[in-house]
Design a protein around this ligand. Sequence first.
Ligand SMILES: [Fe+2]
Length: 338
Amino acid sequence: MRVARTTIQAVVIGLGCWLGLAGAWAEAAEVVVYSARSSQYGPEAAFDAFTKKTGIQVKTFGGNSSELFERLKAEGDKTPADVLVTVDAGNLWNAARAGLLSRVDSPEIQANIPANLRDPDNRWVGLTVRARTIMYNTKKVKPEELSTYEALGDPKWKGRLCLRTSSYIYNQSFIATMIKRNGEPKTEAVVKAWAANEPILINGDTKILEAIAAGQCDVGLTNTYYLARILAKDPSFPVAPFSAKQQTTGTQVNVSGAGVTAHAKNRANAIKLIEFLSSPEAQQMFADGNFEYPANPQASANPILVTWGKFKQDDINIAAAGELQAAATRLADRAGYK
Ligand SMILES: [Fe+2]
């Protein structure tokens, strides 16, 4: 009898411990983030502020976009990741399409971030805005000579244009959103005209800016934060941005953003983190970390970006970057843009 009672006590104590542990596990004050943002220019400051505010620890694992995509896919429901942070709407769209992200219906996120910067099905949200626009050598080109992306196909830029290859996702997304905006025939004509100008193909936005500064080419197409990074160290760098298409549909933008994974163990914390990252307070930190524009219009941009002035952004839904990625690749091939 005594033995039986001891056994029952042990079972009860054991069960109690197990329930306690399970409870603690379910409420683990952490959130695990797979982040394709480099820590040098990434959202770490905003993560720290989140931990300070909520007590929830943010554990990050880095890697490039495709590495993290493959890792999430391979881990399936065993993944420790609660949140995926990555660059380019094309990558976010691909992750959602592969079933790696889950729908989050948060009124807070929807109020903070404009609809064109979010997945129409709420599986990801843009958190920083990157403008991809014309860059020019300030000693060789007058801004009056510039106007639109299309006009870079004018023969006057023959041999004077630097571009990245068409296979790079920034340009795939760029062409994809152009297709969404203008249709395939018009976009193809534009890309053909660029190719006819025999652009110098350079592997890296920063390298393009350096080539423009060095006079290897006079104009190019890059994201603006690469220029801001350089100007923060060297204000006399002879390259300036020109906001394309201000008379019509506006300068093309893309995002870096985040989504809650399909198998998040800390889903509530994951949603809390993304809600925080979309708030004006965190937006300032997140965008400033890499000289990007905040996605939340209530947050203000870094002073270097402010000196460039306000500009009209194309407000097409950036999901187009993913939807039309394959079409963009085929179009670039047809147009002879390598
Ligand atoms: Fe980049």
